[in-house]
Write a protein that binds this ligand. Sequence first.
Ligand SMILES: [Zn+2]
Length: 188
Amino acid sequence: MSHEEEIQSEATGLFSSAVGIPDKWQRLWAPHRNSYQAGAERPLPTNNVPCPFCKIPAGDDEDGLIVYRGVHAFVVMNLYPYNPGHLLICAYRHVADLTELTADERIEISDLTVRAMKTLRAVSNPDGFNLGMNQGEQAGAGIAAHIHQHVVPRWKGDANFMPIIGQTKIISQLLEVSRNDLAKNWAD
Ligand SMILES: [Zn+2]
């Protein structure tokens, strides 16, 4: 029996002694995602978690997964990506709402969105993008207090059953590797 088969047989044994009927599916577990969704790692009015988008620019680019620093806004890898290369364009200022941004901030966030698209096209040739801002927690913002624009590259066939049924995304590249690629190839 190979090492993989041993692990599989042990797992099957565990499942068959537990409640429920064992089936043929293997499972991917993402418990870190649960703690994030439950709010353990993100700032909420009800906890004392510091704002990550205020903290990240104070450190270095590799540690914070920063791809590019502008004058009013910066570009960072999303720690909980929906696809490989999922970027966030964040204002440096801790403001929640698009209406609170200055004209200079709005212009730079828009400009960095264009440059993020050019960079991602050069590096990973996506077929399309989802761009957008969730304004308010009820609208889906994970960190509602600090405005950020999502840039999500999309490929044909990337929306398979996994995110729909399993709330699980397969991310094939380490965030550190993606950050290096994108930072090295950042578009003018
Ligand atoms: Zn903040």
